[in-house]
Design a protein around this ligand. Structure first.
Ligand code: G3P
Length: 221
């Protein structure tokens, strides 16, 4: 399973890239606004730090302007994945860019029917938003199970399921059990993945017991 980080905070991206566990980055207009950075320069910088796919979202909603924006974003670096909304115009842009070899991430997916359309439009990634479905009382993980099942039934679909709007570690574990290809995870949730109180307690006991031996590994003959 691939891990992307869902942030436009370059310091967080550098920090997480250093772990060696980061396979890509996703941004969206809200995250870019929160960063306060120039969008194109930010994407260029992120593409240097992380070699995997870096999602950069178009701002327009009409076909012609989205296509031009997508082409401009794709020129920033080879690893840019142009992010388009799941609308009729967005999927037309997806098809045009994908046919020319550009990776496209189709975002704002809330149904399996939408995910089928994105796969037929040649999307590299489909982004179902699990947390936002949970927020309105619909189980977001049911959508992931449905999309994974449908895509598996059609090997011609090359679209990867990119679980988005991840709010906690359980979303990630459930997505992994279902065989989702990718999860894009906020930095805070990535850090939560490491934690378990029994790890902390066990480590404290080992450190204390080791001190009782009076030995040091590096000084040992
Ligand atoms: O990047 C898209 C998605 O991950 C947004 O998540 O928490 O704003 O629903 P959230």
């Amino acid at each position: 399973m691939k891990f992307f980080v869902d942030t436009a905070d370059i310091a967080e991206i550098k920090d997480l890239a250093a772990t060696g566990l980061l396979d890509g980055v996703t941004t969206n207009p809200s995250l870019v606004a929160a960063s306060g950075k120039n969008f194109l320069k930010l994407i260029e910088e992120v593409c240097h730090v992380v070699k995997g796919p870096v999602s950069a979202e178009v701002a327009a909603t009409d076909y012609a302007t989205m296509l031009k924006e997508g082409q401009k974003l794709a020129k920033i670096a080879k690893n840019v994945a142009v992010k388009v909304p799941l609308t009729p115009d967005g999927l037309k842009v997806c098809k045009a860019l994908s046919d020319n070899g550009t990776m496209v991430n189709v975002t704002l997916c809330f149904s399996a029917a939408q995910a089928i359309l994105a796969a037929k439009a040649g999307a590299a990634f489909i982004s179902p938003f699990v947390g936002r479905l949970d927020d309105v009382g619909q189980d977001g993980m049911v959508l992931i199970r449905d999309i994974v099942q449908i895509y598996k039934a059609y090997p011609a679909f090359k679209t990867e399921v990119l679980v988005a709007s991840v709010r906690h570690p359980i979303h990630l574990v459930e997505a992994a059990k279902m065989g989702a290809h990718v999860a894009t995870i906020p930095p805070k949730v990535i850090r939560q993945l490491y934690s378990h109180p029994l790890t902390d307690k066990g480590l404290a006991a080992f450190v204390a017991d080791w001190q009782k031996t009076g030995q040091t590994i590096l000084d040992a003959a």
